[in-house]
Design a protein around this ligand. Structure first.
Ligand code: MLT
Length: 267
């Protein structure tokens, strides 16, 4: 595992192997959420998992952020790492919003897409009002209050009962996010473009993964993306909520590994 924080102003995990899989985390999380996938897939592909600005160990620039800047940060990291050729871009939830933007900005750099626990649509006016409320909560009561508000909705009921370690891990990851990172990302999500018109234009193999019990983004959103993205594959993970990669890591990694096979055949 290679880690670099000094020369390049963004922290990341990098498993250093063949075809590259870029994994973009959700809100307000970090690359740490991908550690099990790096373990499972790191010998098959080179996994690069950045901490988006203001998250994990990456520095926070002053808010607001936008998804274009977050996508550009990822492209800059790939440049810095001199990753050759197109990569498979995977994102969970907010990471999916960034993945859509990355695809629009750098289609030539994308060999495949993995859209996990995410949706194509922009925020509704109610959703945008919810972002403002969350930002006010963060400013008035701190990031812990945001983590406290989000935690009960992030996971499947069985995860809360049976996987205390996962619950604690997710809570700690959220609480470690910088206030500016939370505010910046809330603005990026609130103002993100509608990716629905992008769906029919996606011309690369696409895997959609969704927890059957996702309380934040209903499964119907994943089914709609599957209908609209030509040739896409949909995998529904049972007994998982909004963090299927942590709640059912083996099922999640198996689905990704199956999908990745097609990119290794030419090697
Ligand atoms: C995430 O999990 O990244 C966010 O909760 C997504 C969102 O709020 O739209």
């Amino acid at each position: 595992m290679d880690e670099q924080t000094e020369e390049f102003g963004m922290a990341y995990l990098d498993s250093c192997d063949r075809v590259t899989l870029l994994l973009i985390h959700g809100f307000p999380l970090s690359s740490a959420m991908w550690e099990l996938q790096i373990e499972d897939l790191g010998d098959m592909v080179r996994v690069v998992a950045p901490d988006l600005r203001g998250h994990g160990r990456s520095a926070a620039s002053p808010p607001p952020y936008d998804v274009a800047t977050l996508a550009d940060d990822c492209a800059d990291l790939l440049d810095y790492l001199a990753v050759p050729g197109p990569v498979i871009v995977g994102g969970l939830s907010m990471g999916g919003y960034v993945a859509f933007e990355f695809y629009r900005r750098y289609p030539e750099r994308v060999a495949g897409l993995i859209l996990a626990a995410t949706r194509a649509g922009a925020d509704t006016p109610e959703g945008q009002a919810g972002r403002d409320k969350m930002a006010a909560l963060a400013q008035e009561e701190g990031v812990e209050a945001v983590a406290g508000a989000m935690l009960p909705k992030l996971l499947a009921p069985a995860t809360y009962e049976e996987q205390e370690d996962v619950v604690e891990f997710v809570q700690e990851m959220m609480e470690e996010t910088a206030l500016d990172g939370v505010l910046g990302a809330l603005a990026a999500m609130k103002n993100r473009p509608d990716s629905t018109p992008t769906l029919a234009q996606i011309g690369v193999p696409t895997l959609i993964i969704h927890g059957a019990e996702d309380q934040l983004i209903p499964l119907a959103e994943a089914q709609a993306m599957h209908q609209a993205i030509p040739g896409s594959r949909l995998v529904v993970i049972d007994d998982a909520g909004h963090m299927p990669n942590l709640e059912q890591p083996d099922d999640f990694s198996d689905a990704v590994a199956d999908f990745l096979e097609q990119f290794l055949d030419d090697e």
